[in-house]
Design a protein around this ligand. Structure first.
Ligand code: WT7
Length: 627
């Protein structure tokens, strides 16, 4: 296990100790990438603003492609694509390079300039990755919007990014049905009035309306361009991408990641945490619409020259053994997924696994939310057959790279704990005052030193960057928004979010976002949402709604409101439960007390009610939730 590590670091003590000289460690890691020009400084830290490898010139697409063409990786498979309907295609590094260069030329022909944000709204198909790398190649930051988001959510993100170009597909396959991506895109384009050109990949063959002079077919444009496109020499601190994530206000934040530090962070962590070997078949099940897709499906593994499997569909289509069929078919060796998926597999039972050959697997990973020890054990036993270490990786959209994790072959594995900060990072659990908590005591996750893949800002909102992440401890430490504790070995046990963010199946949804969608409905006066513990999803959304004068409560209205949220944001934000109530529990100053709503939804004893203005609201609600 972990031969790569064993070569450079013999024992656990060595790698963690070696990385104690953090900047030396990161400088060594950065040196394993290809730079057009070496950096002047490793880190310039003017809290809360970091510059990593400043003065360096680098290109992410070049590092993911061109540099592999010099040696034996030229004809190595870079991407294996498995489509939901069962079609498949592979791209070698040299083939992928060709496609990316061509698409980069397409973008240039469409007038995309360095620094201009390109929005990508696509299914999980190779063209999505080609589009990302083509943007990186010409220095146009990409903003990937999850294909499951609604047209309104897409419009918000296009508007915030000021994006003039949109890349999409005619449709997306989803459990045998087709999601009309281009239709959604059209609505968003109309709504914003910003987008001048769209490029449409033909995936499902769905009939779509193409507007002359605005909409172009990908395959038409790709026929007309040369395969030669030199990679732009980007500053290490130029933006590589922005990725929107939910926060505590109704408006999602565009998390900004830059080039040199990000690539150093994701390639290093990917190599060591997944113990990457040349012959591995690496599969990360995350969608490119999330940070895991960016860091550990695209940039980390491709920078490392890995063979990456990309699967378009869901685990249960056409049968509940689809994932295991894929593992068997492609002899997957490394498998990285989310606890919510594991809990679903548990529910489905072991028959689906037993009928497939999983002997190629050698390493398993999880991300997105705390994994309950029971699910960990099940994953270890039934998927890994007690042979494969599991890496439970804690990180965030903002951290860009994995921050707390075991190292396979080195760390002691503990079901439910993500163990220790990655070498070269400083993660702590602090109390409100900024002091480390005692063993077993609950505190807040803090990152106390800058790290290379850290977010650099919130796009166009410097104040929000400072307020959200750096105000907790006077600009000194990064505030992650999670609570956690440490055990006697100093190992981390993440508890969950402490802000108004719900983690549904490993995806973050801000309560404020759902609430503002709700109050936009003409029947709604006020709304409050909370996350309720859910067996499969980790948390499920429960909404409490008061209606405007004269509007009658009805089952139909409940359904309508749930659908309204799905239309506004996307199906993932649709509440499982929605209660219509006459009043919401509030403080005397009128603030909704979500904590009490949570107690009600969970059916547990109601906590401290001393700040409550009127207790009758509570009694009525308790009655509702019981029914
Ligand atoms: C939040 C970040 C990082 C990619 C996926 C989600 C939770 C993530 C773990 C883990 C416990 C985890 C945290 C974090 N989280 N990984 N291994 N154990 N909790 O990215 O949408 O930015 O969400 O996911 O609560 O803050 P994200």
């Amino acid at each position: 296990m972990n031969r790569e590590l064993a070569k450079s670091f013999n024992t656990e003590k060595d790698i963690y100790q070696e990385a104690e000289e953090r900047l030396v460690f990161w400088e060594q890691q950065a040196a394993s990438l290809d730079w057009f020009k070496k950096w002047d400084t490793v880190l310039e830290w003017n809290p809360p603003y970091a510059k990593w490898f400043n003065g360096g010139k680098i290109n992410a697409s070049y590092n993911c492609l061109d540099r592999h063409l010099k040696g034996t990786r030229k004809d190595k498979v870079a991407l294996i694509f498995e489509g939901e309907p069962g079609d498949s295609i592979t791209y070698t590094y040299s083939e992928l390079h060709n496609e990316v260069c061509k698409f980069a030329n397409v973008l240039k022909d469409l007038g995309v300039k360095k620094g201009e944000v390109v929005t990508i709204y696509m299914p999980m198909i190779p063209e999505a990755i080609i589009a990302m790398l083509a943007c990186a190649r010409i220095g146009a930051p990409h903003s990937v919007v999850f294909g499951g988001f609604s047209s309104m959510a897409l419009a918000d993100r296009i508007r915030d990014a000021g994006s003039k170009i949109l890349i999409t597909a005619d449709g997306a396959h989803r459990r045998g049905k087709i999601i009309p991506l281009k239709n959604n895109a059209d609505l968003a384009v109309q709504d914003t009035g910003l987008v001048e050109k769209t490029v449409v990949v033909k995936r499902t063959g769905t009939e779509v309306a193409m507007i002359e002079g605005r909409d172009y077919w990908y395959h038409d444009l790709m026929k007309k361009v040369p395969t030669d496109c030199p990679a732009e020499e980007m500053d290490a601190e130029d933006i590589l991408f922005i990725l929107y994530t939910s926060g505590t206000t109704g408006k999602p934040k565009g998390v900004v990641h830059t080039t040199g530090g990000y690539l150093t962070g994701v390639s290093t962590t990917h190599k060591y945490i997944f113990d990457l070997q040349e012959e591995d078949i690496y599969w990360c099940t995350a969608d490119i619409g999330w940070i895991t897709g960016h860091s550990y499906l695209v940039y980390g593994p491709l920078a490392n020259g890995a063979t990456v499997l990309v699967y378009e569909g869901t685990p249960d289509y056409p049968e509940k053994d689809r994932y295991w069929e894929i593992v068997e078919k492609y002899k997957v060796t490394i498998f990285y997924t989310a606890p919510t998926a594991i809990r679903m597999f548990m529910k489905w039972g072991t028959t689906y696994l037993e009928q497939r050959d999983l002997s190629s697997l050698r390493l398993l990973g999880t991300v997105g939310e705390p994994i309950n020890p029971e699910a960990w054990q099940w994953y270890f036993k039934h998927v890994g057959k007690e042979r494969c270490p599991i890496v439970d990786t804690w990180w965030q959209t903002e951290t860009g790279m994995i921050m707390v994790t075991p190292l396979p072959g080195i760390s002691e594995l503990k079901p439910g704990s993500c163990t220790l900060p990655f070498p070269g990072t400083k993660v702590e659990i602090l109390n409100r005052a900024g002091d480390p908590v005692q063993e077993g005591e609950v505190g807040y996750v803090a990152i106390t030193e800058p790290w290379p893949a850290m977010l650099r800002n919130v796009y166009g909102d410097d104040k929000r960057y400072k307020d959200t992440y750096w105000s907790q401890w006077d600009g000194k430490y990064y505030y992650a928004g999670d609570s956690a504790k440490k055990d006697k070995d100093g190992h981390f046990w993440i508890i969950g979010r402490v802000d108004d963010v719900i983690n549904v199946s490993g995806h973050r949804i801000g309560t404020a976002e759902i609430e503002s969608a709700l109050v936009e409905h003409p029947a709604v006066a006020e709304a409050a949402c909370i996350g309720k513990t859910h067996q499969l999803k980790g948390q499920a959304i429960t909404a409490f709604v008061t209606l405007r004068e004269g509007i009658l409560k009805s089952e139909e209205l409940i359904i309508e409101l749930k659908n309204h949220i799905a239309a506004k944001i996307g199906a993932i934000a649709k509440p499982d439960e929605l209660y219509l109530t006459d009043e919401l529990p509030k403080t005397r100053s009128g603030k909704i007390i979500r904590r009490l709503l949570k107690d009600i939804a969970e059916g547990r004893a109601i906590g401290d009610t001393t700040t409550l203005a009127d207790s009758s609201a509570l009694e009525a609600l308790q009655g509702l939730a019981k029914n």
